[in-house]
Write a protein that binds this ligand. Structure first.
Ligand code: AMP
Ligand code: ZN
Length: 134
């Protein structure tokens, strides 16, 4: 993709602080980290987001993400790790090249999760009947 920032990082037309690279994937520091050591893991081959990736490649990507998350947790002595994927603009996706955030977390780092709201009576069953796959 000519106009894709992360494709340009893969092609080394734009610099990045690489953490890991193989023939299919690249991991580098997020330029605006939530905490130091926040990285992005991407497939080198362009896809818009995880929903549009080939299953075989997304399977491999998740194995690598687990390996890198464990590595970061150990090296930075993190208390926890968030692994997040934003898909489409309304879900917070800004760069439209598949990427997974790995974010080291520390006790009292101040990063807040979103708040859930309980289902009104009967609503959980309605949603369940819409979503049930088998
Ligand atoms: P998302 O909202 O999931 O699309 O996240 C895109 C992420 O890419 C953000 O966390 C940005 O800080 C990060 N980002 C944008 N440009 C660069 C860059 N040139 N190098 C590293 N990370 C970047
Ligand atoms: Zn791309």
């Amino acid at each position: 993709m000519d106009d894709c920032l992360f494709c340009k990082i893969v092609a080394e037309e734009i610099p990045s602080h690489k953490i890991y690279e193989d023939e299919k994937f690249l991991a580098f520091l997020d330029i605006n980290p939530i905490n130091k050591g926040h990285i992005l893991v991407i497939p080198k081959k362009h896809s818009r987001n995880i929903l549009e990736m080939k299953d075989s490649l997304s399977g491999e990507l998740m194995i690598l993400v687990k390996k890198l998350a464990t590595h970061i947790k150990n090296k930075l002595n993190a208390d926890g790790i968030n692994i997040t994927i934003n898909n489409e603009a309304d879900a917070g996706q800004i760069i439209f090249h598949t990427h997974i955030h790995i974010i080291p977390r520390f006790k009292n780092d101040g990063f807040k999760h979103w708040n859930g709201i309980a289902y009104p009576k009967g609503e959980a069953e309605k949603i369940q009947s819409i979503l049930k796959l088998n």
